[in-house]
Write a protein that binds this ligand. Structure first.
Ligand SMILES: Cc1cc2nc3c(=O)[nH]c(=O)nc-3n(C[C@H](O)[C@H](O)[C@H](O)COP(=O)(O)O)c2cc1C
Length: 413
């Protein structure tokens, strides 16, 4: 399968025209041997490269390239099958507008961006995505993003912006454990840490079975009304366990939006249960997934009004994993938006994920919505997210959920 891969990266150090030509000439020779065509642009210390060829060859080359110490912060923008090559005439076209580089690579020597634009290959690319990406790059629109990433290249164990942080955990007293009903639902707790205030902003209560079973298997035992009744009433156990554990932080409870509507007294029920366990309404965050939320927008809007007028907060959970998230946000703005793990995973290496997170941060900032990244598992993801302006982090990197306990937060800094 013929495919195309485009990435950006940052040069390890400012390159001389000779050093750049050396890279391009060696690359062109190798590319000719393995049937790769493409283009390399160097501008203000940043690279953008287009590679075309057999998919397996392109992927193997990309893996090698990522390890090349002459550049860092290699981030994939596009990787997709193509019907035909855009740059068949060059094993490695090269353009370095500011350096005035002349390189005899492939069959064409290029010196400036305007010469490149005037070339036959790009003339034929007027309606092409690649052309748009190249234009954006050479207009300097990528520069800020590529350079921003460079700070992530510092060794992951030293991070001046986020020094080491330790917040102790808490366990249930053995006496309370004994009074927990043997067949009732249990909850695991996972902190969401605010790295601006360096505190736990809330603990998310995650449903578990009496033997620690997954939420899926616990909820799978119910359907229809019984599911919504269980969903609502099980929160009493979460509140009770959280009270025993003792915390000043908020408590985040996952709720199916329909559970709020199945019972007209649902909101009052939650407010009263919270009060009995020492939680004022403003310390309760109801997390609903966007997928559930949009199945009936009117019902959902109604539920949100009731929750808000009772003084509780609302968060959209798993944002980016479901459908129509943006149309939902056009009509209703939650207090918090949690970016799903599928967007967070390997964000430091993925151009599309980075563009999405940056856009989320921007619109949430404008609308006063707090952004949380969930599913953060690596230091590289963490560093990228923090630099992009995400201050609240949840994930295994910070603390794993702990059954009937508040796990300690350990951030090495
Ligand atoms: C910005 C940049 C672009 C590169 N492009 C290519 C390329 O298109 N093809 C290639 O074979 N090597 C390219 N290289 C060099 C590779 O990273 C690597 O050094 C080369 O493939 C030899 O790999 P090896 O030492 O593992 O055999 C590039 C290096 C840099 C810094």
């Amino acid at each position: 399968m013929l495919s195309q891969l485009i990435y950006t990266s940052q040069a390890h150090e400012d390159l001389t025209p000779e050093a750049l030509q050396a890279i391009a000439l060696a690359a062109a020779r190798n590319n000719a041997r393995v049937g790769v065509s493409g283009l390399l642009i160097y501008d203000q210390g940043c690279f953008l490269q287009v590679m075309e060829g057999e998919d397996a060859v392109i992927l193997a080359l990309y893996q090698r390239l990522k390890k090349d110490t002459r550049h860092t912060n290699v981030v994939k923008l596009i990787h997709e099958p193509i019907a035909q090559r855009r740059f068949a005439q060059w094993n490695m076209g090269l353009a370095a507008p500011k350096l005035g580089v002349q390189a005899e690579v492939g069959t064409v020597g290029l010196s400036t961006w305007s010469e490149l634009l005037a070339s036959h290959a790009l003339q034929n690319l007027t309606e092409d995505r690649v052309r748009t990406v190249l234009d954006a790059f050479t207009q300097g629109r990528w520069h800020h993003h590529v350079v921003m990433r460079s700070a992530d290249a510092v060794p992951p164990t030293r991070n001046a912006k986020d020094p080491a942080l330790f917040i102790p955990g808490r366990q249930l007293s053995p006496a309370y454990r004994e009074v927990l009903p043997a067949s009732g639902p249990l909850f695991a707790f996972q902190p969401i840490v605010d790295f601006l205030t360096r505190r736990v902003s809330s603990y998310e209560a995650l449903l578990r079975g009496p033997g620690g079973e997954s939420p899926h298997s616990v909820l799978g035992a119910f359907t229809g009304e019984a599911l919504h009744r269980f969903d609502l009433t099980s929160k009493v156990a979460a509140l009770s366990i959280a009270q025993q554990l003792g915390t000043d932080a908020r408590l985040s409870l996952n709720l199916l939006p329909k559970s709020l509507l199945a019972d007209v007294n649902a909101v009052d029920f939650l407010v009263q249960a919270a009060a009995r366990h020492g939680f004022t309404p403003d310390r309760i965050v109801l997390e609903v997934t966007e997928e559930e939320a949009i199945t009936d927008p009117d019902m959902f809007a109604d539920a949100v009004k009731r929750v808000r007028s009772a003084g509780m907060r609302v968060a959209i959970d798993d944002f980016g994993a479901g459908f129509a998230g943006l149309s939902l946000l056009a009509d209703f703005q939650p207090d918090k938006l949690k970016i799903d793990r599928c967007i967070v995973q390997n964000v430091h290496e993925s151009g599309p994920r980075q563009a999405i997170v940056r856009a989320i941060v921007e619109f949430c900032y404008c609308l006063g919505i707090v952004v949380v990244a969930e599913g953060v598992e690596t230091v590289e993801e963490f560093n990228w997210l923090r630099r992009a302006g995400v201050n609240r982090i949840q994930g295994f990197l910070i603390a794993r959920p702990a059954l009937c306990a508040l796990p300690p937060v350990q951030w090495q800094g």
